[in-house]
Every structure is written in C-alpha cells, then in structure tokens.
Write a protein that binds this ligand. Structure first.
Ligand code: SAM
Length: 213
C-alpha cells in the first residue's frame, strides 16, 4: 500500500523533516533550503494569515507532522487544535514542542490515517499543508474534509511540471516514498467535485496554495 510507505518514511525521517523549521542542519543544507524551499516559509505565513482570528475556534491539522502550524496557532486562544498524523514519531516531536511551550495547550492528537477517523463535530478550520503530496487520489479525502469543516479549508498541492517536481520524484523514490503532483485546473476541479464552492488559488514556487469554503 502506498500509504504504508509514506507512513514509514515520515516515521523514520521525522527529526530530519523538523530541521527544515529549526535550521538544525549543516550550512550547505541550510543554503539549499533558503534557495529552494522559500515557498515553505510563504505557505506557513499564508496559512496563519488565512486562519485569521482563531479565538474560540476548532481547528484540525491533517498531516500535522511535527506540529509547527499548531505551535503558531496555540497562543491565539483557539478552543481546540486536533493534530492528526499516521507517523507516531512526528506526533512525539509535536507533543514535546507544544506542551513544553504551553503546558495547558489546547492541542490534542490522533495517531492514524485521517481517512479512518470519525469526528463528532465539524471543525471551523481544516488545514492540510504538505499533505496532498502523498495522496494519489485526493478526492475522497477532500469530500471528507468538506463534510467535517463548517468554515474554511486551507491546503497546498505540489504543482506538476516544475523542475523541482522531477528532482523530488527521484529523491523520494530513493527513499521508497511515493509523491504526486497536480495541475491548478485539476485541483479546482477536485475541490468543486468535493462540494466546495468558494475556491481561491495562489501559485508560488512549486506550490498551489488554496483556500476553500
Ligand atoms: C510533509 S509532512 C507535512 C507536515 C506539516 N503539515 C508541515 O507542513 O510541517 C506530511 C505529513 O502528512 C502525514 N500524512 C500523510 N498522509 C496521511 C494520512 N492519510 N493520514 C494522516 N497523516 C498523513 C505524514 O505522516 C507526514 O507527517
């Protein structure tokens, strides 16, 4: 199953992945991140911006990884932030970061495949950043997000046909981790099929950044 390969990859690479945020890597890797991954910084700031005033709101971060978006949001008085990820090591790092900084954190966690989880209440905001890169067919997940969000979806999709897409495909295939790319039209089409009506897209770097309601 491709999901098992993705889960294994991120469980093994969790520390390494989080070093993109901490900068705890050698000077050459930091230089490459600055040059090639500037769009990750932008997706971070745009996501926090798009969340707006989260006071009293409920948020789900699907594929939350090491919890860096949750970290930025937890001080803004949300009612709940649920981080979901199927890589347990990622969630261990996230818990360490979030509860160390804020012992009474509103963050909670669910370990497992988002597709297999059920929720009693819809969330005001659903975040899916750097998630669809690893989903071959996003439509069922987007439909679930539509059903379980009563406010806004904020997500990114990696853009097909960029030079970096080719390089990433090769690099991740060496780690036996599948990765998928999409065109802007395909993304709009999937969001509409999932039931979202108000869809906005921005393209920067290798990313398609979307908000949808
Ligand atoms: C590239 S990381 C992004 C982490 C975080 N959103 C960020 O941008 O810093 C993608 C994460 O999605 C998780 N993931 C992928 N598919 C998933 C699924 N179906 N259910 C839960 N987690 C998933 C992976 O384990 C990984 O931690």
């Amino acid at each position: 199953m491709p999901e098992d390969l993705v889960q294994k990859h991120f469980d093994k690479e969790a520390e390494n992945f989080d070093s993109i945020y901490t900068g705890q890597k050698n000077a050459f890797s930091r230089f490459l991140d600055k040059k090639l991954r500037w769009d990750m910084e932008r997706r971070f700031s745009r996501t926090i911006e798009e969340c707006g005033d989260v006071t009293g709101k409920t948020i789900i971060d699907v594929g939350c990884g090491s919890g860096r978006f949750m970290e930025a949001l937890q001080d803004k008085d949300p009612k709940l932030i649920l981080g979901v990820d199927f890589a347990p090591t990622m969630l261990e790092i996230a818990k360490e970061i979030l509860f160390k900084k804020k012992p009474d954190s509103p963050c909670r966690f669910a370990v497992g495949d988002y597709n297999d989880l059920s929720f009693k209440q819809p969330f005001n905001i659903t975040i899916g950043i750097g998630l669809f890169d690893y989903i071959a067919k996003p439509l069922p997940m987007l439909k679930k997000m539509r059903q379980t969000t009563d406010g806004k979806l904020i997500a990114t999709f990696p853009r097909r046909g960029t030079l970096r897409a080719g390089i990433r495909k090769i690099r991740l295939s060496l780690h036996k981790c599948p990765v998928f790319f999409f065109s802007p039209d395909e993304v709009t089409d999937m969001l509409k099929k999932a039931g979202f009506t108000d869809v906005k897209q921005e393209i920067f770097g290798q990313l398609i950044f979307i908000t949808a309601m």
